[in-house]
Write a protein that binds this ligand. Structure first.
Ligand SMILES: [Zn+2]
Length: 675
């Protein structure tokens, strides 16, 4: 199973089909668990990886460590037997460990381990007491538990649940920044300051605290990951960013108090991992249940299918998470739908091996990112059928990757000098940059900069970031490049507007109209038109930067009005020169494009989102007579639909490949054979 690549032993997970099922085993599940039945259920899903709870809050095997609380329910088959049965069925096993809490009796022996609110109180949920990453339990005991687990059990991977500084309990109650002695002393020693009370990025003390947390967690990762590697090199580690291998586990989930409905969560979670960390497996889980308080009832099976398909369509693995065991599960309404996608992947697993993203446009994300602005642009790119990847800005250490022709920075405020220089160099060499809002106005520690980090934007000086523009508009004073806005003279804005001076070479488009009276109706008039622009295009070296001094992505994300979406689409296509796919795909069809690493084929996915409206996810409506057109180098030798199990009619002219899809169900994956 293991081979060698470039002198480094390839891990078992590299190149292996990844279909993970997490059975989040409760203590009582171990009372009568049957290894054969457990494996049989996994096989019914075509799973290749299982995640099993082993350690941390509860030891699900006989432990010898006095700081590891043993389970009182180990009457069923033991983990050794279960893991052996999994291996016999060619299913790898990842150990799930959780060091975020200890049982109350352990806390009473070591009260110094606990998380402390600012009033000194602990958080105790049903006898599980929150502990702090700064304290000795996580700093010292955790790695010894990891060591015992992987020395005792023949597991293949390690996942640490709820790693990091937790500020909420399972009910969602917010308890604030930890004020334990280890945190207070560590922060004082590093910065000579008392701990901040509130999580406010405008407070310099809180910005230091963010750096403090990062430092503590990096040390903890080094210790635990180092322990694992010292004992066994063949273990896949979650979030092992220090060597860029292992896997990255995330979740697509819902929450009772969350109003936002984000249909592209599977794509969003997968894209940044696959593009930024090509050697890591993206394992984005479809969480079966509704929320922590509602762990026994499932979300829509159609929603789960979309999440899973978005994962594989972007080059990730499959991952499905249920509370407890699969056998005896109270709500089985998601099982068939999930099995269908897992089975599809099993049938075509060779088609999904050795793939890599190949977009030439990247939507850039990073620490402190503006999630609304990011998601608004994500939506516009998706609905306009631009093939794009997302990239973590820190991945630009060695420059912007060669394959990209355009970058989009959606109000990405925190930008360090290294990536900023790499982005300017990218534009100078001929790249296109689209940036919005306050991009580069702060450094990597979120400290305000004197001037924006990106020279290519053409911003000479920022006079102010105005927060008084509700009711303001932008007048389209020249029609060129605004074809989608043909029937309106105005684009509306809300939220911040960056009032800046620009270099002389910068071309200013549109004019800001300040808010006029908007009530009573008798007095409603447009306000005063200024010379301040709504869009600035700056030629820089061989390339160009397009700067939008406000946040259209946020408006698209919040409201979805065509006024904002059409503006954003026009800027992408006509000002930044980012070409969408052609054809007649409706906005509710998502497209992704991957290529084989040997360039022998490309895999084009179409995902049908027509079953999603309002908060509901139902069966998608079949969409008929679709045409999709994409650039191609030379003629392909064939186009095969993996879902339909048939080949599709195509034609190639002038470097454009056009494919006819008579009917699209939930999704299709088209293998375009090259040469
Ligand atoms: Zn603490």
């Amino acid at each position: 199973m293991t081979g060698r690549t470039g002198g480094v032993t390839a891990g078992w997970w590299e190149g292996r089909p990844w279909r993970l099922i997490q059975t989040n085993l409760r203590e009582i599940d171990m009372r009568d668990i049957d290894a054969a039945r457990y494996v049989e259920e996994l096989r019914a899903f075509d799973a290749t990886v299982a995640m099993i709870n082993t350690s941390g809050i509860i030891a699900s095997y006989p432990t010898r460590l006095e700081f590891h609380t043993p389970s009182a329910f180990l009457q069923g088959d033991g983990l050794e037997t279960i893991i052996e049965a999994c291996h016999a069925a060619d299913i790898r096993v990842i150990a799930r460990m959780d060091f975020s809490k200890v049982r109350r009796p352990l806390f009473e022996r070591h009260p110094e381990w606990a998380y402390r609110r600012s009033d000194g109180e602990i958080v105790d949920e049903h006898g599980d007491v929150h502990v702090c990453p700064s304290g000795a339990y996580q700093q010292e005991c955790a790695s010894r538990i990891v060591e015992e687990t992987i020395a005792t059990l023949d597991v293949d991977g390690v996942f640490l649940n709820m790693a990091g500084f937790q500020t909420r309990d399972y009910a969602g109650r917010y308890h604030g920044i930890c004020h334990c002695t280890a945190c207070a002393e560590g922060f004082e020693a590093a910065f000579g300051l008392p701990l901040p009370e509130a999580e406010d990025l405008e407070d310099p003390a809180f910005r230091r605290y963010v750096a403090f947390k990062r430092h503590v967690l990096r040390g903890l990762d080094e210790r635990i990951h180092g322990t694992i590697r010292r004992i066994r090199l063949d273990i896949a580690i979650d979030r092992s960013f220090e060597d860029g291998r292992g896997f990255v586990r995330q979740e697509s989930n819902t929450a009772l108090d969350r109003r936002e409905d984000w249909p592209y969560s599977g794509s969003e979670n997968t894209k940044w991992v696959v593009s930024s960390f090509p050697a890591m497996v993206s394992s984005n889980s479809s969480v079966d249940f509704i929320d922590y308080p509602v762990r026994h009832v499932a979300v829509s099976p159609y929603r789960q299918q979309l999440r899973l398909v978005e994962g594989i369509a972007n080059g990730g693995g499959l991952d499905y998470y249920v509370i407890g065991r699969l056998d005896g599960h109270a709500d089985r309404s998601g099982f068939d739908a999930v099995r269908e996608i897992f089975r599809y992947h099993a049938r075509h697993e060779r088609e999904y091996a050795d793939l890599r993203p190949c977009a030439t446009t990247a939507l850039v994300t990073g620490p402190f990112g503006n999630i609304e602005e990011f998601r608004g642009w994500f939506r516009v790119l998706t609905e306009q059928h631009v093939v794009f990847d997302t990239l973590v800005v820190d991945a630009f250490g060695g420059g912007v990757p060669e394959r990209f022709r355009a970058l989009i920075l959606p109000d990405l405020q925190a930008l360090s000098d290294g990536p900023a220089g790499a982005i300017d160099a990218f534009v100078r060499r001929g790249g296109a940059l689209l940036a919005t809002g306050r991009t580069g106005f702060r450094d990597e520690g979120y400290e305000p900069r004197d001037r924006p980090a990106l020279e290519s934007l053409g911003v000479e000086r920022v006079r102010a970031v105005r927060d008084d523009v509700r009711g303001a508009y932008l007048v389209i004073d020249g029609r060129e490049g605004f074809g989608r806005l043909g029937l309106t003279d105005l684009v509306f804005l809300d939220g911040p507007y960056v009032d800046a001076e620009y270099r002389e070479a910068a071309v200013r488009r549109m004019r800001l109209v300040l808010p006029g009276p908007f009530g009573p109706p008798e007095r409603v008039v447009l306000g005063h038109a200024t010379d301040d622009p709504g869009l600035v295009v700056h030629a820089f070296g061989e390339g160009r930067a397009v700067y939008i001094p406000w946040l259209p992505g946020t408006l698209v994300h919040r409201h979805g009005h065509p006024n904002s979406a059409a503006f954003a689409a026009d800027v992408l296509e006509h000002h930044a020169g980012i070409e969408p796919l052609g054809g007649n795909l409706p906005p509710m069809v998502e497209t992704t494009l991957l290529e084989r690493t040997d360039r022998s084929a490309r895999l084009l996915h179409l995902i049908n989102h027509s079953g999603h409206f309002g908060a509901s996810y139902v069966a998608p409506i079949p969409i008929r007579d679709l045409e999709v057109e994409l650039p191609t180098e030379g003629e392909p030798s064939g186009v095969a639909g993996l879902v339909a199990g048939r080949s599709y009619a195509w034609s190639a002219n002038d470097g454009r490949l056009s494919i006819s899809v008579p009917e699209l169900g939930l999704f299709e994956a088209m293998r375009i054979e090259l040469g």
